[in-house]
Design a protein. Sequence first.
Length: 190
Amino acid sequence: MVVASQLRPGMAIRLEGKTYKVLGANYHAGQGKMGGVTHAQLKNLSTGTLLDQAFRADLKLEDLPIEKQMMEFLYSDADQCCFMHPDTYEQLEVPASVIGSRVRFLQPQMQLAIEFVEGRPVNVVFPETIEIQVIETAPPTHQQQDSTLKSATLDNGIEIRVPQFIKAGDVIRLDVESLKYVERAKGARK
Protein backbone atom coordinates (compact mmCIF):
# COMPACT_ATOMS: atom_id res chain seq x y z
CA MET A 1 0.00 0.00 0.00
CA VAL A 2 1.12 3.54 -0.74
CA VAL A 3 -0.27 6.80 0.61
CA ALA A 4 -1.59 9.11 -2.12
CA SER A 5 0.80 11.90 -1.11
CA GLN A 6 3.69 9.57 -2.02
CA LEU A 7 2.59 8.87 -5.60
CA ARG A 8 5.40 9.39 -8.13
CA PRO A 9 5.52 9.19 -11.94
CA GLY A 10 6.30 5.67 -13.13
CA MET A 11 4.48 3.86 -10.32
CA ALA A 12 1.67 1.40 -11.01
CA ILE A 13 -1.46 1.33 -8.83
CA ARG A 14 -4.79 -0.45 -8.67
CA LEU A 15 -7.84 1.82 -8.38
CA GLU A 16 -11.39 0.48 -8.38
CA GLY A 17 -10.20 -2.86 -9.74
CA LYS A 18 -8.31 -1.35 -12.69
CA THR A 19 -4.54 -1.01 -13.10
CA TYR A 20 -3.06 2.42 -13.84
CA LYS A 21 0.39 3.85 -14.41
CA VAL A 22 1.09 7.21 -12.75
CA LEU A 23 2.21 9.70 -15.41
CA GLY A 24 2.38 12.68 -13.06
CA ALA A 25 1.51 13.51 -9.46
CA ASN A 26 1.44 16.82 -7.58
CA TYR A 27 0.89 17.03 -3.83
CA HIS A 28 -0.72 20.20 -2.44
CA ALA A 29 -0.53 20.58 1.33
CA GLY A 30 -3.70 21.59 3.11
CA GLN A 31 -4.13 24.50 5.51
CA GLY A 32 -5.62 24.33 8.97
CA LYS A 33 -8.18 21.53 9.19
CA MET A 34 -8.14 21.04 5.41
CA GLY A 35 -6.13 17.98 4.49
CA GLY A 36 -3.71 17.89 1.58
CA VAL A 37 -4.66 16.75 -1.91
CA THR A 38 -2.71 14.84 -4.54
CA HIS A 39 -3.61 15.47 -8.18
CA ALA A 40 -2.51 12.57 -10.38
CA GLN A 41 -2.52 11.90 -14.10
CA LEU A 42 -3.13 8.19 -14.64
CA LYS A 43 -3.03 5.94 -17.71
CA ASN A 44 -5.29 2.89 -17.74
CA LEU A 45 -3.02 -0.04 -18.63
CA SER A 46 -5.84 -2.04 -20.22
CA THR A 47 -7.46 0.61 -22.42
CA GLY A 48 -4.77 3.29 -22.68
CA THR A 49 -7.20 6.03 -21.64
CA LEU A 50 -6.01 8.92 -19.48
CA LEU A 51 -7.59 9.92 -16.18
CA ASP A 52 -7.04 13.02 -14.03
CA GLN A 53 -7.80 12.10 -10.43
CA ALA A 54 -7.64 13.97 -7.12
CA PHE A 55 -6.96 11.96 -3.95
CA ARG A 56 -7.00 12.87 -0.26
CA ALA A 57 -3.35 12.91 0.79
CA ASP A 58 -3.87 10.20 3.41
CA LEU A 59 -5.78 7.80 1.10
CA LYS A 60 -4.10 4.39 0.85
CA LEU A 61 -3.79 2.89 -2.64
CA GLU A 62 -2.60 -0.54 -3.72
CA ASP A 63 0.75 -0.15 -5.45
CA LEU A 64 1.81 -2.81 -7.94
CA PRO A 65 5.41 -3.86 -8.55
CA ILE A 66 6.85 -3.02 -11.96
CA GLU A 67 9.31 -5.58 -13.27
CA LYS A 68 11.83 -4.56 -15.96
CA GLN A 69 13.52 -6.91 -18.40
CA MET A 70 16.04 -6.03 -21.09
CA MET A 71 14.95 -7.49 -24.42
CA GLU A 72 16.07 -7.30 -28.03
CA PHE A 73 13.72 -6.03 -30.73
CA LEU A 74 13.37 -8.49 -33.62
CA TYR A 75 10.61 -7.30 -35.98
CA SER A 76 7.13 -5.81 -36.15
CA ASP A 77 4.04 -6.58 -38.18
CA ALA A 78 0.76 -4.68 -38.50
CA ASP A 79 -0.08 -4.43 -34.80
CA GLN A 80 2.51 -6.47 -32.86
CA CYS A 81 6.21 -5.96 -32.11
CA CYS A 82 8.29 -9.05 -31.41
CA PHE A 83 11.04 -8.95 -28.76
CA MET A 84 13.42 -11.67 -27.61
CA HIS A 85 14.99 -12.25 -24.19
CA PRO A 86 18.78 -12.33 -24.88
CA ASP A 87 19.52 -15.15 -22.40
CA THR A 88 16.58 -17.53 -22.80
CA TYR A 89 15.73 -16.69 -26.45
CA GLU A 90 12.09 -16.61 -25.37
CA GLN A 91 10.05 -14.38 -27.68
CA LEU A 92 7.39 -11.92 -26.58
CA GLU A 93 4.87 -10.00 -28.66
CA VAL A 94 4.04 -6.49 -27.45
CA PRO A 95 1.04 -4.68 -28.97
CA ALA A 96 2.14 -1.65 -31.00
CA SER A 97 -0.51 0.36 -29.11
CA VAL A 98 1.55 -0.12 -25.90
CA ILE A 99 4.59 1.44 -27.58
CA GLY A 100 2.63 4.24 -29.25
CA SER A 101 4.21 6.61 -31.76
CA ARG A 102 7.72 5.58 -30.66
CA VAL A 103 7.26 2.35 -32.65
CA ARG A 104 8.80 4.22 -35.62
CA PHE A 105 12.17 4.26 -33.81
CA LEU A 106 12.43 0.49 -33.34
CA GLN A 107 15.37 -1.03 -35.20
CA PRO A 108 16.36 -4.71 -35.35
CA GLN A 109 18.77 -5.78 -32.56
CA MET A 110 17.90 -2.69 -30.47
CA GLN A 111 18.15 -3.49 -26.72
CA LEU A 112 15.29 -1.96 -24.70
CA ALA A 113 13.82 -2.39 -21.23
CA ILE A 114 10.25 -3.65 -21.16
CA GLU A 115 8.13 -2.95 -18.08
CA PHE A 116 5.73 -5.62 -16.84
CA VAL A 117 2.85 -5.28 -14.37
CA GLU A 118 1.33 -8.56 -13.23
CA GLY A 119 3.17 -10.40 -16.02
CA ARG A 120 1.77 -8.19 -18.79
CA PRO A 121 3.96 -5.81 -20.86
CA VAL A 122 2.81 -2.24 -20.21
CA ASN A 123 5.66 -0.05 -21.51
CA VAL A 124 8.80 -0.09 -23.63
CA VAL A 125 11.45 2.25 -22.23
CA PHE A 126 13.35 4.13 -24.92
CA PRO A 127 16.55 6.06 -24.30
CA GLU A 128 16.17 9.86 -24.17
CA THR A 129 18.13 10.24 -27.42
CA ILE A 130 18.81 7.88 -30.29
CA GLU A 131 21.16 7.98 -33.26
CA ILE A 132 19.49 8.00 -36.65
CA GLN A 133 20.57 8.74 -40.20
CA VAL A 134 19.41 11.67 -42.34
CA ILE A 135 18.50 10.37 -45.81
CA GLU A 136 17.30 13.55 -47.45
CA THR A 137 17.78 17.27 -46.85
CA ALA A 138 18.59 20.41 -48.79
CA PRO A 139 22.31 21.02 -49.40
CA PRO A 140 24.03 23.23 -46.82
CA THR A 141 23.95 26.93 -47.63
CA HIS A 142 26.76 29.03 -46.26
CA GLN A 143 25.16 32.42 -46.96
CA GLN A 144 22.55 31.96 -44.25
CA GLN A 145 23.16 32.08 -40.52
CA ASP A 146 24.03 28.83 -38.77
CA SER A 147 21.08 29.32 -36.39
CA THR A 148 18.49 28.75 -39.13
CA LEU A 149 16.94 25.33 -39.54
CA LYS A 150 15.94 23.33 -42.62
CA SER A 151 13.76 20.26 -42.99
CA ALA A 152 15.28 16.78 -43.20
CA THR A 153 13.87 13.28 -43.68
CA LEU A 154 15.21 10.51 -41.45
CA ASP A 155 15.67 6.87 -42.44
CA ASN A 156 12.40 5.95 -40.69
CA GLY A 157 10.43 8.53 -42.72
CA ILE A 158 10.02 11.15 -39.98
CA GLU A 159 10.57 14.74 -41.04
CA ILE A 160 12.31 17.07 -38.59
CA ARG A 161 14.19 20.40 -38.56
CA VAL A 162 18.01 20.35 -38.50
CA PRO A 163 20.78 22.99 -38.65
CA GLN A 164 22.09 24.14 -42.04
CA PHE A 165 25.38 22.19 -41.81
CA ILE A 166 23.67 18.75 -41.70
CA LYS A 167 23.70 16.90 -45.03
CA ALA A 168 22.22 13.65 -46.37
CA GLY A 169 24.05 10.65 -44.93
CA ASP A 170 24.89 12.31 -41.60
CA VAL A 171 24.01 10.45 -38.41
CA ILE A 172 22.40 12.68 -35.79
CA ARG A 173 21.23 12.35 -32.20
CA LEU A 174 17.48 12.94 -31.83
CA ASP A 175 15.39 13.56 -28.70
CA VAL A 176 12.77 10.78 -28.85
CA GLU A 177 10.00 12.64 -26.98
CA SER A 178 10.21 16.07 -28.62
CA LEU A 179 11.56 14.91 -32.03
CA LYS A 180 14.17 17.67 -31.87
CA TYR A 181 17.72 17.59 -33.21
CA VAL A 182 20.31 17.37 -30.41
CA GLU A 183 23.68 17.11 -32.13
CA ARG A 184 25.62 15.36 -34.86
CA ALA A 185 26.58 11.87 -33.65
CA LYS A 186 30.18 11.40 -32.55
CA GLY A 187 32.29 9.70 -35.21
CA ALA A 188 29.80 10.57 -37.94
CA ARG A 189 31.26 11.75 -41.24
CA LYS A 190 31.78 15.49 -41.54
